[in-house]
Ligand binder design. Structure first.
Ligand code: ATP
Ligand code: MG
Length: 196
């Protein structure tokens, strides 16, 4: 091993250690998962598992729920530390009724708002809410207000494609999942345990 390599690594370690020491703030954060690739909602489920492992209470709010129950729905069903709300299935391209969709979205948002005001809930997941904003089914400013007034230790995870700039701005961690390849395009239908 060359001396310069060792020195370089030592400097890197010093830098990383100093950054770790500087990160001494605890607070509720907003994690936003957006982009066209697969992995947004399932990442949110992964964080739910992490939180449940620490006995934290979780609220799962799903907008745009498909007809089919997902594996995680079955797994977390009746979990004592999870409360949930979901929009009834159906969306404009199925129901062709914008007013009805709007009504359903609003009902679901009212549930979400209660969770965002509840100090006992440590993590709130707003799955696919970006669509509700983009289709103007929900008022974005009302969502931003509820996010900023939430309990200070409460974490929020937001998923959905095409997140607005305003959502990006209020979030602490933002990841964009890029669609490089998806099995569906090779005519492979949604697979249990992977896609649902
Ligand atoms: P997942 O729930 O698997 O993490 P996601 O939340 O990132 O996916 P959504 O846009 O919510 O993605 O779509 C959910 C479903 O659509 C999943 O079954 C997923 O495999 C599938 N899917 C996601 N991205 C694509 C894509 N680019 N092409 C086709 N199907 C996709
Ligand atoms: Mg999703």
């Amino acid at each position: 091993m060359s001396i310069t390599y060792k020195k370089r690594m030592q400097r890197k370690k010093e830098y990383i250690d100093s950054r770790i020491d500087e990160a001494n703030i605890d607070k509720g954060i907003i994690v936003l998962l957006t982009g066209n690739g697969k992995g947004k909602s399932s990442s949110a489920m992964g964080m739910i598992c992490r939180a449940l492992g620490y006995d934290m209470r979780v609220a799962l709010v799903r907008f745009l729920k498909g007809d089919q129950q997902t594996g995680e729905d079955l797994f977390i069903e009746n979990h004592p530390n999870i409360v949930s709300a979901h929009m009834e299935s159906g969306f404009t391209w199925d129901t062709q009724d914008k007013e009805l969709d709007k009504q359903k979205a609003t009902q679901t948002w009212l549930e979400a708002k209660k969770f965002l005001a509840n100090e006992e809930i440590s993590v709130v997941v707003l799955d696919e809410i970006t669509y509700m904003i983009n289709y103007k089914y929900l008022d974005e400013s009302e969502i931003l207000l509820a996010l900023s007034n939430r309990p200070k230790d409460q974490h929020v995870i937001i998923t959905g494609r095409a997140a607005s700039q305003a959502l990006i701005d209020v979030s602490d961690t933002v990841s964009e999942v890029e669609d490089i390849k998806h099995a569906f395009r090779a005519n492979i239908r949604a697979q249990k345990g992977i896609d649902l």
